[in-house]
Write a protein that binds this ligand. Structure first.
Ligand SMILES: *Cc1c(COP(=O)(O)O)cnc(C)c1O
Length: 481
């Protein structure tokens, strides 16, 4: 199967090459020339690992031994062999994506990506080291570091915005062990860090370097494909519970940042899974809400700091893939992306907007409302959720109130509440004094919900990566690695 850029159909590459490169040379994102034929009903019968192997090999047919790679990626690393259980909470179902090694949903993809990359290296006969370069708004960094640590032939360098991640997220990253890992703070926000990484890719193009660059951000198709599984998992859980019959549609509400997670939901739908509406949930950085409602994408606004920092994003990379999927027009996409870069905004044609609105719905929720929801869901339903999940819950309530759509609803839960203890504590009326580690313990004492092991163990660990650089220094930092 061949992949080409969202911005041009020229120079197609096979799926192993697309995984190796991450970003296409013209700055676009790799997409398959056509979607694979797929037996979604057969897929639903498997275990989570079998589902994953079937889906990922459909997208990456040039990478062999997929069941083995999946086993290596997941076995024994998640709290449950289901990987991502869906639990009923009130009128909805919460799909818990945070039961992995770093308590973030990104573990699902980033446990798998190292396996895919090293296998792709073998397929393509590449012997150079690969340097994974990643910008993180908090969760990607740690999940990538953990996934890639001590993987032979791969090094990883993570940049995070100085002061732009939570204390726990910072502690998770700066204490990272492993002989092939580098972590560095950048003065600026997440978009600065992400733009810096994109610029490094551009600057290194064609240079003779001792390594090949690749990315662990959701711009890599090898990161996106493993995320499709949990939509199947949730569907299967609802089937097993008798909530739906085979073929019934299910809606999903997805706390969204870079649009990777929700795009995986759309890919699940394209594979045949009966996905109804996909609800795009944002925080006060509501650029996607505006876009899905009006067709105008406008990043010319301040980036706000919220209690859901993994969604504090103004340029949502994977949206480009959706524009391509729905228009099939690389020239259109290329023009829109050029305009976003130079003018800071673009508007999509009317028919494209209609196609988006047929499939997606969007809402956002500010910090105050997220706090109210965390409090109410805990008090009334006995379920403790984090601020990202609360945004998904809020969007679900808005959607159901405004449309009356009665199809079963799954809210994707993207982080453990213990990753954001201050926001969660204050939402349920707890005392927020002390550092985040003290807050975690207080939250556990109040609620009885266990602290995930990887977070409980953080406190005593040594800080190994304490550097802070200007965003202009990112390129020289990488060249000096
Ligand atoms: C990354 C992240 C998101 C956003 O996911 P995208 O795929 O970037 O849309 C939401 N919540 C949490 C906790 C995350 O870490």
């Amino acid at each position: 199967m061949f992949y080409h850029s969202t911005r041009s159909t020229l120079s197609p590459v096979d799926s192993a090459q697309a995984v190796l490169e991450g970003l296409a040379p013209d700055g676009g994102l790799y997409m398959p020339e056509r979607l694979p034929a797929f037996d979604w009903q057969a897929c639903l019968k498997g275990t989570s690992q079998e589902m994953s192997a079937a889906i990922v090999s459909a997208f990456l047919p040039d990478i062999p031994h997929m069941p083995q790679l999946v086993r290596r990626a997941y076995t024994g690393k998640f709290e449950t062999e289901d990987l991502t259980p869906a639990v009923p909470v009130g009128a909805y179902h919460v799909l818990e994506l945070f039961r992995g090694p770093t308590s973030a949903f990104k573990d699902v993809a980033l446990s798998m990506l190292p396996q895919l990359l090293t296998a792709a290296k073998t397929v393509k006969g590449v012997s150079d080291d690969i340097l994974i370069l990643t910008a993180t708004s908090g969760d990607t960094g740690k999940a990538a570091l953990e996934g890639f640590r001590d993987v032979d032939g791969v090094r990883i360098c993570v940049f995070y915005p100085d002061g732009g991640v939570s204390q726990v997220q910072r502690a998770q990253m700066v204490t990272q062990e492993g002989r092939n890992v580098t972590v560095c703070a950048v003065k600026g926000n997440f978009d600065d860090a992400q733009t810096g990484v994109k610029n490094i890719f551009a600057a290194c193009q064609g240079r003779d370097l001792p390594f090949r660059l690749s990315s662990a951000n959701s711009i890599n198709i090898g990161r996106l494909a493993p995320q499709i599984m949990y939509y199947f998992r949730a569907y299967r859980d609802l089937l097993d519970r008798g909530v739906i019959s085979l073929g019934d549609q299910v809606n999903f509400s997805v706390p969204t940042g870079n649009f990777g997670d929700i795009l995986a939901g759309y890919l699940a739908k394209l594979l045949g899974l009966p996905v109804g509406r996909l609800i795009c949930a944002s925080n006060a950085n509501n650029v996607l809400t505006d876009f899905i409602r009006t067709g105008v994408y406008d990043r010319r606004r301040p980036l706000l700091k919220t209690t859901s920092p993994s969604m504090d994003i103004l340029v949502s990379s994977n949206l480009e893939r959706l524009l391509y999927l729905l228009s099939g027009d690389t020239e259109l996409v290329s023009g829109l992306m050029a305009r976003l870069k130079t003018e800071g905004w673009y508007a999509v044609p009317e028919d494209l907007l209609t196609a988006i609105q047929d499939r997606f719905w969007a809402a956002y929720c500010d910090d105050a409302r997220a706090g109210q929801i965390i409090g109410r869901v805990y008090r009334d339903l006995g379920y403790l959720c984090d601020p990202h999940t609360a945004a998904g819950w809020a969007a679900t309530e808005d959607y159901v109130n405004q449309t009356g759509d009665g199809r079963p609803m799954v809210v994707l839960s993207t982080a453990s509440p213990y990753k954001f203890p201050a926001a969660v504590l204050s939402a349920i009326g707890g005392d927020v004094s002390g550092d985040e580690f003290t807050q975690m313990e207080r939250l556990r004492d109040m609620t009885g919900v266990p602290i995930p092991r990887n977070l409980a163990d953080l406190r005593g660990k040594a800080e190994r990566h304490t550097g802070v650089i200007e965003k202009e220094q990112m390129l020289s930092f990488v060249l000096g690695l």
